[in-house]
Design a binder for this molecule. Structure first.
Ligand SMILES: C[S@@+](CC[C@H](N)C(=O)[O-])C[C@H]1O[C@@H](n2cnc3c(N)ncnc32)[C@H](O)[C@@H]1O
Length: 318
């Protein structure tokens, strides 16, 4: 099948960017036949050993039926990197780049604060060591290694899906301890490919299921919980409603059910001075800010360039 046929079929099916999509499908079909099926989670079930034209035909048929392009080819471009996705999972949206950017800034700020604190403690320990030789030296050594461990920043992407925010933070701030959690195992499998070999993964219900040892341990928690109001289903594109899990999209009557849960549950897991960053819609901001303030958080917010995406920043008032 040649390019012009692919473009024509895509255009007929209502694809606005038919040329661009045709090129992506052609490249993906060629690529998949060159490599083993395991190279991308989206292709595990596909017959990658067939001719490129066979695979292209299959990809095209899926796209014409309405499946998101990203789920077909197995990746999405996000914040300058390719993020693996699979059929059925939530495809990261470009608007979430704002949350990724704010997360990087928060992790960098936590890292600077910890380095400054560690330098201060190291100086104090040095003086203590000089003054207390013998028995005290041992406890000084213990305190020193604890101080080294404390310098690491712990970041959690809750409701991670395929983990676009964690992947971006991991790449931008090496050395960060990256954790991810979601209730969808397929999404977590993709997140494993995206967030790097050092990351930790937990099957979670909101934050329930995190190891107790991490209580009070997260310097930054970032999340895009499902926040579409149940009644807004008719305004979503068919691609989302038909090909992404409903539980990845909808957040109850006002869309804030899981955001309220996250706000309540995060108190237990935040480190002193920690921050929680949450993406939501600008029309939901007022209600969410009121709720978080009533729960004892100091709240600020950033509005995205699209005028619709907001990132809330919650800090404990203590
Ligand atoms: C809107 S998607 C966001 C995914 C990802 N952060 C992103 O931006 O691409 C919401 C995610 O929350 C997960 N989710 C929904 N309800 C959950 C729950 N109760 N506990 C944990 N994860 C949940 C879904 O599986 C989905 O991956």
């Amino acid at each position: 099948m040649d390019r012009s046929t692919v473009v024509a079929r895509l255009r007929q099916a209502g694809c606005v960017f038919a040329e661009e999509e045709a090129d992506i499908l052609l490249a993906a079909a060629k690529d998949s036949c060159k490599h083993e099926a395991t190279h991308s989670c989206a292709h595990e079930a596909a017959s990658c050993h067939g001719a490129p034209s066979e695979l292209l035909g299959e990809f095209l048929a899926r796209r014409v039926a309405g499946e998101p392009l990203e789920q077909i080819v197995g990746w999405v471009e996000f914040a300058g990197q390719r993020i693996a996705v699979a059929p059925g999972v939530f495809v990261p949206r470009q608007r979430t780049a704002l949350l990724a950017q704010q997360s990087i800034l928060a992790v960098q700020a936590a890292k600077s604060a910890k380095s400054a604190e560690a330098a201060r403690v190291a100086e104090a320990l040095k003086s203590a060591e000089a003054a207390n030789l013998g028995e005290a030296a041992k406890s000084v050594q213990v305190a020193k290694s604890a101080n080294r461990g404390d310098k690491e920043v712990r970041f959690l992407e809750a409701f991670c899906g395929v983990g676009p925010v964690a992947a971006t933070v991991s790449r931008a701030v090496p050395g960060t301890r990256i954790h991810l959690g979601d209730h969808d195992e397929t999404a977590l499998d993709c997140a494993r490919m995206n967030a790097g070999p050092q990351a930790h993964f937990d099957l979670l219900d909101c934050l329930t299921g995190l190891p107790e040892t991490l209580t009070g341990g997260f310097d930054v928690i970032s999340a895009v919980p499902p926040y579409v109001p149940d009644s807004a289903a008719e305004f979503l594109p068919h691609e989302a409603v038909d090909y992404e899990a409903q539980t990845a999209l909808f957040g109850g009557a006002d869309g804030l059910d899981l955001i309220r849960r996250l706000i309540c549950e995060s108190c237990k897991w935040m480190a002193p001075g920690g921050v929680v960053l949450i993406e939501l819609g600008s029309d939901q901001q007022h209600t969410a800010v009121e709720f978080a303030t009533a729960k004892g958080f100091a709240v600020s917010s950033i509005l995205g360039e699209d005028g619709q995406t907001v990132v809330l920043e919650l800090r404990s008032r203590d």
